[in-house]
Design a protein around this ligand. Structure first.
Ligand code: ZN
Ligand code: ZN
Length: 272
């Protein structure tokens, strides 16, 4: 499972769901392209408007009314929200029922951080027949965009493909720990924690952190520069940096939201 950004369609998870929908619609990658990158936009739009949207609604709205007993790897409410955005992107005529559900549910389906404002914008910009780019970037562009939030220092760029794509707010603590590990150990245990040098400036083995005797440095300058990160881990194991107990206060993954909000989703769908 990979994630290279915190927006829509920046994780394998979103693409797995789109793939499931493409299979349902019998889209041929060679002939039709994909939902997000169609070979022929007008043809895809027609296919979706004619029968496709209804087929997807039948599948997923049914699962919202009767949630499966077992945890659902591709939760229906989440799938509906991202499918609605795809339809808006391609300028489809989106049934009011989908727009209403997505408007009510999108903040509660477990989208990653940047996905929420992207859905918000897509709903505001929606016009039948008008294509809308929700602004998700590919891997290189995401990194090049130089985001500033601390979380972006790890995701994307430095720790790709290690965090669950459904990473959400409740994982902040875990994320922070991972972030520290990355920053503390970015240059590897055998290199200077500050700059990655393998030896002291004039050669010879690196000095070690006096407290933990593990983290190595090429000099006091690098040690000082790096202390902000290392002091939070110095002498500790990863498990010591995690909260002792307690799940996130609120569900945040697509799967946990699917369970927690299942009755709310039903009510949203029924227009209550
Ligand atoms: Zn150094
Ligand atoms: Zn240390």
């Amino acid at each position: 499972m990979g994630a290279w950004g915190l927006g829509l369609f920046q994780s394998d998870f979103d693409y797995d769901i789109l793939k499931e929908i493409e299979d349902l619609l019998h889209l041929d990658p060679d002939k039709d392209g994909s939902l997000r990158i169609p070979k022929d936009v007008a043809a895809l739009r027609k296919k979706l408007n004619d029968t496709g949207i209804q087929m997807v609604m039948n599948k997923y709205l049914g699962k919202i009314v009767n949630p499966p007993k077992e945890p659902d790897w591709h939760p229906a409410a989440y799938a509906v929200v991202i499918f609605t955005v795809v339809c808006i992107e391609q300028g489809c005529t989106v049934p009011q029922k989908l727009l209403d559900f997505t408007s009510k549910a999108y903040e509660k389906v477990g989208l990653q951080r940047d996905g929420i404002p992207q859905v918000d914008n897509a709903l505001k910009e929606y016009e039948p027949g008008k294509q809308w780019d929700c602004g998700s970037l590919g891997l290189r562009d995401t990194i090049a965009a130089g985001k500033t939030d601390e979380s972006d220092l790890v995701l994307p760029g430095t720790l790709m493909n290690t965090t669950s794509p459904e990473w959400g707010q409740g994982h902040k603590v875990l994320f922070r720990s991972l972030s520290l590990i990355v920053k503390d150990g970015y240059h590897g245990d055998d290199a200077c924690g500050g700059c990655g040098a393998q030896t002291m400036p004039r050669g010879g083995p690196l000095m070690k952190c006096g407290a933990c005797k593990k983290r190595k440095y090429c000099g006091v300058e690098c040690q000082k520069k790096h202390w902000h990160w290392h002091k939070q881990l110095c002498g500790k194991e990863l498990k010591d940096t995690l909260p002792k107990e307690g799940p996130p206060e609120k569900p945040d993954t697509a799967q946990s939201c699917a369970h927690y909000y299942r009755n709310e989703y039903k009510a949203m769908l029924a227009g209550e």
